[in-house]
Design a protein around this ligand. Structure first.
Ligand code: GLC
Length: 648
């Protein structure tokens, strides 16, 4: 779009809208504060205008929608607590606060970890012990009775699930965490609402206004057309992407479960109302929103209905709204799609943070194959993201592990992508001969055996099997694998995100099979209730828990001490050894060098190779606490993780 035209239109619209805003809100705040707000509005409005114009410019009442969104934004800013506005100001002066090596993410379910929000407040010391500065709470809002996709079917964005507490408890927790330097991260489940959300109930009662909030069709004609090009997500749950609702005799778009109704962002009212919900969350003290299922928010006939350009425009428009109201705010993208598509959501104007599903999947791939070739190949292609943006690197999440590497990458390494994925699923579900892993298949196609995998880090890394076999050597190898994976996510450019419970080596929990709400969904095996008793063993360094926990704690502390691990500058080094992953991290004038051995056999690096990389006479491996003479051959133990300092 012509930017001159855009800026002219934007400024004339703003000139018309400002008197309305001033009249309503100006006298509610101090003059200087109001001026500060107007300054941000003037700065970001042209971008917001351009984005909304692309989506809704053809609507006859576009100007009305624009007025509505600015009203929503300004009202939210007026209602924003002084302490949050103060945080905005601090972060505006330190816009890259989240790039520090002190950033460490943790994720948990409130009920499984602590019971409820009040209890969680009591657990803050444990989070501090890990050094967490970011805590993602899995969905905590009101959901339908029974199955709710682990909270991802939201009945109200403004009511906490009563079993977990109240909105007051949430604000209280957010404040307490903030005082301890921990940012609260929550999901913004904005692709769909639960079918008992107020809007859905009205739609289901026949109110056309609310039926237009969703995507509904009177017969199969259009759904059939769409389904020709869409890949179903939860095909075990329902085939295709639509659910029939007999009361209104309509087919409703349900990408995920049949009780999760996809919102219709073609309707500008939906954008506005969801912006209102988003700002409400921001005003409760949430500092980072995890944008759930970003890939699916726009649909277009004849396409896969994933990753469409309009999906990006919507997120950018939300981002612009946030920059006006709560400039300290960050978005984290949850795009579990082709790696090239994942990267497209990452920019300062869209999502500053993004899960790194490619790296997650390929870390597991490297453990299975004992080779880092595909991992390194993929990272070299796609690891670099725009400056000021950060990967969120993780070993596993609450979701399954999908083999989301690119087919082209695999083919370039002479691997058949389909076969390789099948092999990995077989390996991690313990069906491949010699596998150390104990996972369960998730959404596996019985014909092709293509599918994803569920399991906790410890069980997938071999601990569960080794404990059954009571094999000390295998237990030791499993511990090493757990620490190796964490070593990489803690040192690779980005923010590491740890699943609480993995730090004490929690195993799969097969209890979900006894719950009618959970039984169909194997992801529940890797969502065990945090074992506080077991966690006490962490103070005994000789115990199994102690070995895992203290190993992890050491890595966490090293990360915190190592400035070179700030930011995301990562330089991969190829030693020509397919079992090793090696990389420099640089930040300002600091550097650190990482070597990770993914093989169960020892490896060697010839002495001159380290010298060639510019390493001086001696360097220190701070993990083992050993001095290394750069000119001598370096031997690396099975699954050893090394962090060399003094390298440049
Ligand atoms: C995201 C969540 C997943 C959920 C889905 C639908 O992918 O991580 O758990 O099932 O969105 O909301």
């Amino acid at each position: 779009m012509d930017s001159n035209w855009n800026n002219k239109q934007a400024s004339s619209s703003l000139a018309r809208l400002l008197p309305l805003l001033s009249e309503r809100y100006e006298n509610k705040v101090e003059e200087a504060e109001w001026q500060g707000y107007l300054e941000r509005l003037n700065r970001h409005f042209p971008r917001l205008f351009g984005l909304l114009h692309q989506l809704y410019g053809k609507e006859y009442d576009f100007f009305y929608h624009l007025a509505e969104i600015l009203n929503t934004a300004t009202k939210a800013w007026i209602n924003r607590a002084a302490e949050l506005k103060a945080l905005d100001a601090i972060r505006e002066n330190d816009p890259i606060w989240y790039q520090s090596n002190r950033m460490l993410g943790a994720v948990c379910y409130v009920d499984l970890y602590a019971g409820d929000l009040k209890e969680l407040k009591e657990k803050i010391p444990y989070l501090k012990e890990l050094g967490a500065s970011y805590l993602h709470l899995m969905p905590i809002f009101r959901t339908p009775e029974g199955d709710s996709d682990g909270g991802y079917a939201v009945s109200s964005y403004r009511e906490v699930n009563p079993e977990l507490g109240t909105m007051d408890d949430l604000r209280d927790l957010a404040r307490e965490m903030r005082n301890h330097g921990i940012s609260l991260v929550l999901d913004f489940v904005f692709n769909h609402t639960a079918d008992d959300h107020e809007w859905a109930l009205k739609a289901n009662a026949g109110e056309e206004e609310f039926q237009n909030y969703y995507r509904m069709f009177p017969d199969r004609k259009i759904p059939d057309e769409y389904e020709k090009t869409i890949t179903p997500v939860f095909q075990d749950d329902h085939p295709g992407c639509f659910t029939y609702r007999s009361r209104i005799k309509k087919w409703v778009w349900t990408t995920f479960h049949n009780y999760q109704w996809d919102l219709n962002y073609e309707n500008p009212v939906v954008f506005n109302r969801m912006a209102d919900e988003m700002l409400f969350l921001a005003n409760q003290g949430v500092e980072i929103l995890r944008l759930d299922a970003v890939a699916f928010i726009w649909k277009k006939m004849g396409t896969s209905c994933e990753n469409l350009p309009e999906a990006h425009i919507i997120i950018q428009a939300f981002n612009a709204v946030m920059k006006i109201v709560a400039p300290s705010f960050l978005f984290k993208s949850e795009a579990i799609v082709h790696p090239d598509e994942v990267n497209k959501y990452i920019s300062e104007e869209e999502c500053q943070l993004s899960y790194n599903p490619q790296m997650m999947a390929l870390l597991w791939e490297s453990l299975a194959t004992k080779k880092t070739t595909l991992l390194q190949h993929a990272l070299e292609k796609r690891f670099t993201i725009p400056q000021n943006c950060m990967w969120v690197n993780y070993v596993r999440s609450h979701d399954d592990i999908g083999w989301s590497f690119s087919n082209e990458d695999a083919e370039e390494l002479q691997l058949n992508p389909e076969e390789h994925r099948r092999y990995l699923s077989q390996f991690y579900t313990g069906r491949y001969p010699g596998s150390f892993a104990k996972g369960l298949p998730f959404q596996e196609d019985p014909q092709t055996l293509q599918g994803r995998v569920s399991g906790t880090t410890a069980s997938l890394a071999g601990l569960e099997q080794a404990l059954v076999e009571k094999d000390e050597e295998k237990i030791e190898l499993a511990i090493r694998r757990i620490l190796l994976l964490h070593g990489v996510i803690l040192t690779m450019g980005g923010i590491p995100l740890i699943y609480i419970g993995d730090g004490i080596g929690m195993l799969n929990d097969y209890d979900y099979e006894n719950s009618p709400e959970k039984i169909g969904d194997t992801r529940w095996i890797h969502r065990p209730k945090f074992d506080w008793e077991k966690s006490k063993e962490r103070s005994d360094p000789e115990s199994l828990t102690g070995k895992i926990y203290n190993g992890l704690l050491k890595l966490l502390q090293l990360r915190e001490k190592t400035q070179a691990l700030s930011g995301s500058d990562t330089e991969f080094i190829d030693f020509g050894n397919e079992h090793l992953l090696a990389y420099f991290r640089h930040y300002e004038s600091n550097s650190v060098f990482i070597i990770a051995n993914f093989s169960n056999k020892g490896q060697n690096i010839a002495g001159n190779k380290l010298r060639q990389l510019g390493m001086s006479k001696t360097v220190t491996d701070v993990v083992a606490g050993k001095t290394i003479i750069a000119a001598q051959n370096l031997s690396i133990e099975p699954y050893q993780f090394m962090m060399l300092i003094g390298v440049r």
